[in-house]
Ligand binder design. Sequence first.
Ligand SMILES: [Cu+2]
Length: 471
Amino acid sequence: MSATHNARLAALALGTAILSLTSINASAGEPPRHASHPPHDHEHQPSEEDDHEGRHPPHHDHDEDHTRDHRMAHNENGSGHHMPSPIGPWTIARDASGTSWQPDASRHGGLHWQNGDWSFMSHTLLNLSYSRQNGPRGDQQVFASGMIMGSARRELSQETTLNLRAMLSPDPSMGREGYPLLLAAGETADGVTPLVDRQHPHELIMELSASLSRRLGENSSAYLYAGLPGEPAFGPPAFMHRMSAMDSPEAPITHHWLDSTHIVFGVITAGYAWRNFKFEASAFRGREPDQNRLDIESPRLDSAALRLSWLPNSEWAVQVSWADITAPEQLHPDDDERRWSASAIHTRNLGSGGWWSSTIAFGRRIDDHGESKDAWLLETALAPDNRWTLFARAESIESDELMPGHGGHHGDVYRVSKISFGAIHDWSIGRQTRLGLGALYAINTLPDALAMFYGRSDPRGMMIFLRLRID
Ligand SMILES: [Cu+2]
């Protein structure tokens, strides 16, 4: 009991420390250091001289003399532009969830401020959504989802950086059964029956992590990342942190192929980055979080992941990863799984605050008997300006969880598909605060064998949502 207990206490203490440092600073009335630069309100773009390692040339004032030549698909708003990543010599815009990479052209928002030797950053994205899923296996519900993230970093020496990160989600407020979402499956509400046609809630504490990185030269670094919970080196950035996905409040049905490991209780990752390549290895606890969404579960390191990431240029991020996961599912404690994932993300800036980001991803889950189930995802989000964002996603999965087999085992495998598309309009209600109103519509496609259970072969779903974003 004691090792576990100590680990939990340490994790809670770390999280409390990060969040209280964050709130003390925020409530002290000290304005965020970069508050004079609201996001996306000025045209500065890094020049062509910027390379993809994030080494920016000496920077000019934010005046208006930048010519078109200086505009390039590499956009960060004022707050992030000068900031290197805490884990290596590249721009912080490259860092996505866990230790994953996204294109350098990605947006980097967030509130930033400094206190002594510590630099702080926070992001908030909260959705209040109404989901309505049609047919006999559908349901309707209002629910809150999203995340509040805070991080604190400190240079320990010229070469060494410590970064602490805590992330909370309001998901447990939706109840243990999560929210209705046709074709979604995974985890459990009560420890007895699987959640099917519902998306499970995420943990109250989605991440408590620390990383220590060391620069090894102009363009390489090595780092260690540990989380309880945290995200191992598998898959593309988790959906709620992926630019092509984050404007939709709907979890992808490919979640358990690509990025469901974004919350594991216990992970240690060692990474080495050289130029635009990064190689990482993780040891982590394979078991998915249980139905109690408020606790910190006992850490273990019984599973492994490897990931190779590459950024061919500032607009692309590619990764391939593999994981050997011990008993991921609580309801199938004897079943291990291996997973493969490959993805490519493309993000381009469109000038005057606009951007376009797309992800294509493939995931494969292989069970103990060597049987594999594949999944594909293609998603895109387009923001022509600061007000509108349009998004769409197409997915296809081979699932054996939709019709349970006998004895609680997985059932037959069915290939099912889904497309969904929607839009959100944002209003700026404060310096770095936006309120948005959005809606989406989804069409699911089922084989005949499933159609009778869902009432038709193309059951529909929709959501309407309000979003608060502080970054
Ligand atoms: Cu998840």
